[in-house]
Design a protein around this ligand. Structure first.
Ligand code: DSN
Length: 446
């Protein structure tokens, strides 16, 4: 691995050139790889065009029609269109499309529904929670930025889900201790199955707490009707990012009921944002339109693919989590790989084989003495491969390629060559209005 000092040069033009060489090398590598990171996706060429536009160089603080800058007459129209598309896609009364990331959207929710020192229920990271829901002592956003006291939902590892009865008991105890929750934050980064929003919303509302669902990972599935629908199950708001199962540019989104619209608008601007990212706003609008046209078909195939990959890995000896419930109902699957090594080493061997996924903490890792640098699990997501047109039979081939590296310990170089060959037939983005370019084409403007 080069270090910044080996890359550094005194000649600006050489460094300038080097940046483009590295960008082109990255594109070429992804053309020949299996991208299985569950939080990533490949946007359409239309989204890529939108994010290259001049919108990315402008300022539009505030709300359409109420900006504090001139020059926004086209930006305002795109933002209103984007908002309307999001509301239709998710069948909700209110969307704020400005948050620049999933973490930012969560901060908007915390600002709207809590005050510093309030208690919030969330999952810990090993059970699938996200750093933005974390406690202060671990550097989590909720604790260290909003000053929330984070308490954990009890988690059932066999079911890979929040335990409803144990949650009620834990919350009753918190109430008795004077720590009544102000917010229940469902969702997270490992989300194999729908969570009990319907079962627990009334319980939290009776305590005067609000309910939010972080759908960063599963928002595309929610939009396409293939996962739970938190807002219609009792949640007050749903936050998400726009680039995981939603195949948009990197960014965030919060959706809710009309009654919270004004409060959310103020929490976004001025509380958590100055300018939002206007090129990404245009990209989000394009992606929402694509999802309205192709979303159902796309997410139906995603869930078929993740189930097929989980089953094929299970048949090759992997301990895939959630076996009792059919492994997964989302785009993700998680495998315990402790019988083959640690997560970091296996992630690296797979990367050297052009199979790109991430190591992941398992719910029982901390108790077993493992930590995030070398955890016991790997996590995979199939959204990007589905966008490239792959289906169940390709998932079986991919499970075999992974097993060759991890179980049979074949040389990564040999498998990498086979992966590159396998990828040759899948280089167009499906589920999009325009698909004439190679998915990973490096587009030069210089
Ligand atoms: N933690 C990232 C993930 O799930 O990959 C998202 O922020």
């Amino acid at each position: 691995m080069p270090t910044s000092s080996t890359l550094q040069t005194k000649e600006p033009k050489v460094s300038y050139q080097r940046v483009f060489e590295l960008l082109e090398a990255h594109h070429k590598w992804f053309q020949q790889s299996l991208p299985l990171i569950a939080s990533e996706n490949i946007p359409s060429q239309a989204v890529r065009e939108a994010i290259l536009s001049d919108f990315g160089n402008r300022y539009a603080e505030g709300w359409p029609g109420e900006r504090v800058y001139a020059g926004c007459k086209y930006i305002d129209q795109v933002e209103l269109l984007c908002k309307q598309l999001a509301e239709e896609l998710f069948r909700v009364e209110f969307a704020d499309v400005r948050p620049v990331s999933g973490v930012c959207a969560n901060l908007v929710a915390y600002t709207t529904f809590t005050n510093p020192a309030d208690t919030m229920m969330a999952l810990p990271i090993p059970a699938g929670g996200h750093i933005s829901m974390g406690k202060k002592e671990f550097g989590g956003t909720a604790g260290s930025v909003r000053g929330l006291n984070v308490e954990y939902f009890p988690f059932d590892t066999d079911m890979m889900d929040i335990d409803v009865d144990a949650t009620k008991k834990r919350v009753e105890k918190l109430v008795a201790e004077g720590k009544k929750p102000a917010l229940a934050m469902f969702g997270g980064s490992v989300l194999l199955f729908p969570q009990p929003v319907r079962e627990l919303s009334d319980f939290f509302h009776e305590l005067d707490a609000k309910v939010c669902f972080d759908a960063a990972h599963v928002a595309g599935l929610v939009a396409g009707g293939k996962f739970q629908d938190p807002i219609h199950e009792g949640a007050d708001a749903m936050t998400c990012s726009t680039h995981k199962t939603l195949p948009g540019p990197q960014g965030g989104l919060i959706i809710s009921h009309a009654r919270y619209g004004e409060a959310i608008k103020k929490s976004t601007f001025p509380s958590n944002l100055s300018n939002h990212h206007l090129h990404h706003l245009a990209g989000k609008a394009v992606m929402f339109a694509e999802m309205m046209a192709f979303g159902r078909e796309y997410v139906t195939q995603i869930v078929r693919n993740s189930k097929a990959l989980a089953q094929a890995m299970h048949e090759r000896g992997f301990k895939v989590m959630g076996e009792k419930r059919g492994f997964t109902e989302s785009h993700q699957l998680v495998a315990d790989i402790t019988k083959y090594g640690d997560g970091r080493t296996i992630e690296k061997r797979l990367e050297n084989s052009n199979i790109i996924l991430n190591r992941n903490l398992l719910p029982y890792d901390i108790k077993a003495g493992r930590h995030f640098e070398a955890p016991g699990g790997i996590r995979m997501g199939v959204s990007e491969l589905t966008r490239l047109g792959m289906s169940e039979s390709e998932m079986v081939d991919i499970a075999e390629l992974i097993a060759r590296v991890v179980v049979k310990r074949e040389s990564p170089e040999k498998v990498a060559a086979d992966v590159a060959e396998f990828r040759k037939d899948y280089n167009r983005v499906k589920y999009a209005f325009d698909s004439t370019r190679d998915a990973y084409e490096y587009i030069r403007l210089r």
